[in-house]
Design a protein around this ligand. Sequence first.
Ligand code: F6R
Length: 242
Amino acid sequence: MRIVIKENRYEASAFAAEAIALQLQQKPTSVLGLATGSTPTLCYEQLIRLYKEGYVDFSQASSFNLDEYHGLSPEHPQSYRYFMQQQLFDHINIDVKNTHVPDGLNENPIQACSDYEDEINAHGGIDIQVLGIGRNGHIGFNEPTSGLQSRTRIKTLTQSTTNANSRFFGNGEFQPELALTMGIGTILEARKILLLAFGEEKSQAVQTMIEGALSAYCPASALQLHPDAIIVLDRDAASRLE
Ligand code: F6R
């Protein structure tokens, strides 16, 4: 693991966006692995800026998102497909046909997960995977005790993740308790990984991921096994590191 500590989340996000831009400059047909949530939004903002300034071209790129809620349509404002359109895809020149998010409405989610793996492989695998980290150390929706070699599958969300996400759903509104997610084994096959973490509330998970034992209790600790994982932190997220 390479640890990069920046003064604040803006500098950290600019670093991550530049790494993605460099990847695309070196290989225009790159396959991007993308995340949702609050963490990558500044990085996506920076990528949009780099695109508008002519530094990066997505026309030959493709993408695979980590996860999607089961039971939400792509048009649902809380779906991860909707998020990606709003935060990135609608503002850059990626061909929407080349963007992939697990199908949250598929009536056969087990098959949909296996098809997703096949599709990633058919694209030659992921070149660079963007990740955030949950306060409990999850990556994607791989909650603690997820198998370190797990593949894309349907998972039950833990109470803590459901609680953390409940702020996005209205009172009485259906909130999914299941999600389709790339597995930890799937994530580890990406050729390069960029995990971003900001704020004091992530500092415990960050310390466990980097300095703790490799353990399914902290799914992100699996990145210790990866030959090219860069952990990009702001000062607060790095505050508990030795
Ligand atoms: C999102 C994802 C999740 C988030 C994590 C952190 O696609 O896979 O693992 O990265 O829950 O979420 P934020 O960034 O909202 O703190």
